[in-house]
Write a protein that binds this ligand. Sequence first.
Ligand SMILES: [Zn+2]
Length: 455
Amino acid sequence: MTLKPGTKRRTGRNGSIRIKVLPKDPLLARTRNLWPVEATIECATVGDGPTSARVAIVDYNADLDTRFTPARLLADRSGFVGIAGLKNERILDNFNFHHVNVWAIIEQVLTVLEDDTALGRPVPWASGLGRLLVLPHAGYDDNAFYDRDTGALHFCYFEGPDGKPVHTCLSHDIVAHELGHTVLDGLKPGYNEVSSPETAGFHEYFGDAIAMLASLKNREIAKLVTTGAPALLSAKNVVSAIASEFGAAIHGLAKQDYLRGAWNKRKMSDLRGTYEEHGWSEILTGVYYDLLQYLYIRNLKEVSRAAGGKKRDQQQAIQALFRAADQTANVMLRAIDYCPPVDLRYDEYARALLRADEVAYPDDSYGIRSELKRIFRRRGLKPMQEDRRVRRDIVHALREAKTSKRSPPRRPTPIGSSTNSASSSRFPSTPTSPLFPSITPRSAREAATGRPKSG
Ligand SMILES: [Zn+2]
């Protein structure tokens, strides 16, 4: 991954370190020539493992009860032992490369997320531990998952259709997705509880959004997406088709070579009455891609105009795409701080998106809010609709007050207000749906479903 010029980096006393990072996954390395590329990582206190201030790679395999040899720093601390000279297939088989690759992806994504233009602060780990633990070969399973209790990301491996192992730790999308779960749990720990399919779906959306955001920082990927300097982004491409190798392995390459697609047209009415969070996530992943598409088209016109109207070329397209990626990520991430602390519903997130953007840019000169409103209409999202649950709770509280002669409650304050808190009546005292008989931690729930947790 090559960070764009101008992106701020966290720096440390050890300076920079040169390593190779796999841009997507082994399938796309072989089919789209996306082999590991050189990258510079700058962060504090890098050590063997790798271990850094926020992340520790611990290659313990629970199935085998074995801990594999960690990657060792070179004496001059400029890289890791035994990796630099390896190429293509050989590097993909090297466990020390797996360690360094997964660590580098996490460090780079954190740098982007914590930048002043995005979240603007270090993300806390909900586990309470100082470092996020990462197990690159946690065991045999077609799975990867975040677990708050152990404070760890577990990346498993399984046998692919060709008999070769599929290592989930080698998928840039899966690593970024699982880190997305971790980051969201640090920011909004209440969302780790399955209070509704929308809250669970939001967790999955957030992971996929982080995967797309991370892909869109890579110049090699941007080149593939903008080949021929298209006037609009293709529906399916190496960014919008998420987790290619994993999807191909579980679906069959000929049938579906990705896990989820951001170019989908799913809307709220398609999901009503269903409770599968990955299905729900696609609505918001689609919103993300719709906004990216709008901003790419707009930026490309602007860049072409600035170039004096000369024929559109790929450099202009890459510039437009990078700018659109940053704008989209910032709009979608900034809204997190305008969302309620628990039980998030999609209409509330839509409202938060509009409000957060309005606070940052009151004049809407890019037309982002106008476009978001169009996207919301197509997807069946109603950000301005009064929250029916709140209204129902108010009616109930008023009746209670009438019978008990207590004073009536004050109207709940709008989202974004500092007085909006978890103490509002968002959680019914008893679950409303028999499908959610109790609030279950994410890790336990995902383990129980047997579904691919990486997805
Ligand atoms: Zn997930």
